[in-house]
Write a protein that binds this ligand. Structure first.
Ligand code: FUB
Length: 450
């Protein structure tokens, strides 16, 4: 094969890989420290947020995304930021949110203006916020390593908060979820519980590093965590009691290496009969150790409750249900995108913005059932352009194109519509944006008609 043909083949294969890529699951911003939560029929994914071009863990707010199919994620914006905590200096690091009695409690580590890293708790009536500081002061300050809280409520109603780096500590939370009883307990980090550290530069007593993730399954308590020192791998220990003693089990995900970040953070949920493992890497363009991105892969517990080694994939997971195109879908519901960003306004809520010629949004597993004929989009624009709608690939069948004219301003919302070629069954859908130079329009929601 001549050199030109070989290069074309390589480029073709690379494009195929990019098209198939579903990890990282969020591409609009850098996200880190995934904390998934299943509530009613929805998975809520709470994340940290690495600033663009960051050269440290420069993090100011947390974000939330939702899904009911595990592949199309709806951006819910930032329901919590350091601004909610009057005592916060910096460092919106790895937290976790949990529902109790109709309220949602989000435990987050923050650098206190005078005390150093401390754990705060924010509360809301809705999982997507707004959240407010429940106490006006930290819930926990016990030393210099109060980061990465993980929370779990046992069947008897007792809630536990674990956290820490270099130590692992816990308290028993009271039913109000914003106070605790008893002492802060330090977990013995020994070989039996947390394995040994092979990179012994920092002379720590075990492989445990940070980012604990605590839950129970079939009477066995699981503690996942980042391990080994940096670069981190992910490992787990189990116990028959919520307070240990812990038994070291195994590595779950090895150091990611190329395309990884030197930290990692586990998050585990079961949803619609499947088990899911969230983690982060540095694989988005411009990504790395301080510009991380949340990823998702599926796994199956072994019969004895042990967890197999999970290899990070580019392809991610399969959909567990289909997207209904006949009801209003938010433009910020995305399986994959290139070029766009997400904005927020009082009138439109969250919407897609910074749309340029050639940008696109992909949605997976859209069920057109017996047929769709028309398409509506809510948009706001000055320059204007077109939304081309393709099936199954960027260059797939063109269902139609909707023209977006000047609506009178980037916040003047109007609904535009167009007839589409009739389409049936389940397909991936691509919105490909076309127009002149610069920002074309903002995109709020869309809907097909039968
Ligand atoms: O994201 C900031 C910090 O990096 C987290 O708190 C750690 O777990 C590590 O991921």
């Amino acid at each position: 094969m001549d050199k030109r043909k070989t290069s074309l083949l390589v480029i073709g294969l690379f494009i195929q890989l990019l098209i198939k890529a579903q990890n990282p699951i969020i591409q609009t911003i850098y996200t880190a420290d995934p904390a998934p939560m299943v509530y009613k029929d929805t998975v809520y994914l709470f994340t940290g947020h690495d600033e663009d071009k960051s050269t440290w863990f420069t993090m100011k707010d947390w974000h939330c995304y939702t899904t009911t199919d595990m592949v199309n994620w709806t951006d819910k914006g930032s329901p919590l930021s350091l601004k909610a905590f009057s005592w916060a200096k910096k460092d919106a690091w790895a937290g976790q949110c949990i529902p109790r009695n109709g309220k949602f409690y989000w435990y987050v580590p923050i650098n206190h203006e005078t005390m150093g890293m401390s754990i705060g708790v924010a509360v809301s009536d809705s999982p997507t916020g707004p959240f407010k500081d429940a106490l006006g002061k930290p819930l926990v300050h016990s030393g210099n390593g109060d980061i990465d809280p993980t929370v779990f409520i046992d069947d008897d109603g007792q809630a536990y908060l674990y956290w820490g780096n270099p130590y692992l500590k816990y308290v028993k939370l009271n039913k109000d979820m914003v106070s605790y009883s008893g002492e802060v307990v330090t977990v013995p980090l020994n070989k039996e519980g947390f394995n040994v550290r092979f990179k012994d530069v920092d002379k720590r007593p075990s492989a445990y590093e940070e980012g604990p993730w605590f839950y129970k399954r079939k009477n066995l308590y699981y503690m996942h965590y980042a391990a080994g020192g940096v670069p981190e791998h992910l490992a787990y220990s189990t116990s028959t009691s919520p307070t240990g003693p812990w038994v070291y089990r195994d590595t779950i995900m090895r150091i990611i290496g190329k395309g990884g970040a030197f930290t990692n953070h586990p998050g585990v949920v079961d949803y619609k009969g499947k088990s899911y493992f969230f983690y982060h890497n540095g694989a988005l363009p411009g990504g790395g150790g301080f510009t991380r991105s949340v990823c998702l892969d599926e796994f199956r517990y072994n019969k004895d409750g042990s967890i197999p080694r999970i290899a990070p994939t580019k392809e991610g997971v399969k959909p567990v249900s289909n997207l209904n195109p006949f009801i209003r879908q938010e433009a910020e519901t995305i399986a994959w995108e290139e070029g766009i960003e997400v904005g927020e306004s009082m009138e439109a809520g969250i919407y897609v913005t910074e749309i340029s010629n050639g940008d696109h949004i992909k949605l997976r597993s859209v069920d057109f059932k017996k047929g769709a004929k028309g398409f509506q989009a809510n948009v706001a624009s000055v320059a204007g352009g077109n939304i081309e709608i393709h099936l199954d690939s960027l260059e797939g069948v063109l269902l139609g194109s909707v023209e977006v004219k000047n609506t009178g301003g980037k916040e003047s919302w109007a609904t535009v519509s167009a007839a589409m070629k009739k389409v049936k069954g389940v397909h991936d859908l691509y919105f490909v944006f076309k127009g002149g130079q610069g920002d074309l329009f903002n995109f709020n929601w869309w809907k097909f008609s039968k």
